[in-house]
Structure formats: structure tokens, C-alpha cells
Design a protein around this ligand. Structure first.
Ligand code: SF4
Length: 86
């Protein structure tokens, strides 16, 4: 069964046209966990080879699904000093 992607929230076009604030507003915890649950934890994950900075996305998502947010954060930071993660 295919799980639908969780659409990430974005600032409204008219609002963002008049400022320099973030356009992509990200997921709340529930949305992030729902999206993470879509990951198949592939044996040969193409997400890692396809990532421009080589982040271990499979590992990161696995940590998210366990709600181990601190470890997930440091997994992102292993390869990227500028993650879009607060
Ligand atoms: S994120 Fe990576 S491990 Fe998860 S389903 Fe996609 S390719 Fe597979």
C-alpha cells in the first residue's frame, strides 16, 4: 500500500512576496513522524548516493521514527554544517 506524502507547509504567496522570511515552514512533530513512516529502510538506499552531501538519510529517518531527535540531528550534522533543521 502506497502511503501519501505529507505536504510541507509553505508561507502564502502574497505574504512571502513582501518579506524575506522562510518560505518552507517545515513539519510539526506529527507530520514529520508520518512522513518518516513512509521510509522503507531499503537494503540498498539510493537516497544516500543521491544526496549531494551524502547524508545517511536512511539512518536519520530511522532515528526520527524512534523519536531519537538528538541523534537524528547529529546524523544530519555528520555531513552538513548547515542543515535545515532547528
Ligand atoms: S529514504 Fe532511503 S531508505 Fe527510505 S525509502 Fe527512500 S531510498 Fe529507501
Amino acid at each position: 500500500m502506497k502511503k501519501e506524502a505529507v505536504k510541507v507547509k509553505e508561507a502564502e504567496a502574497l505574504k512571502r512576496a513582501g518579506n524575506f522570511e522562510e518560505v518552507v515552514l517545515g513539519y510539526n512533530e506529527e507530520e514529520a513522524l508520518t512522513e518518516a513512516a513512509r521510509c522503507l529502510q531499503c537494503k540498498n538506499p539510493t537516497c544516500i548516493s543521491g544526496c549531494p552531501v551524502g547524508i545517511d538519510i536512511k539512518k536519520f529517518i530511522g532515528e526520527l521514527t524512534k523519536k531519537d531527535y538528538k541523534t537524528a540531528y547529529f546524523t544530519i550534522r555528520e555531513k552538513n554544517n548547515f542543515p535545515s533543521l532547528l
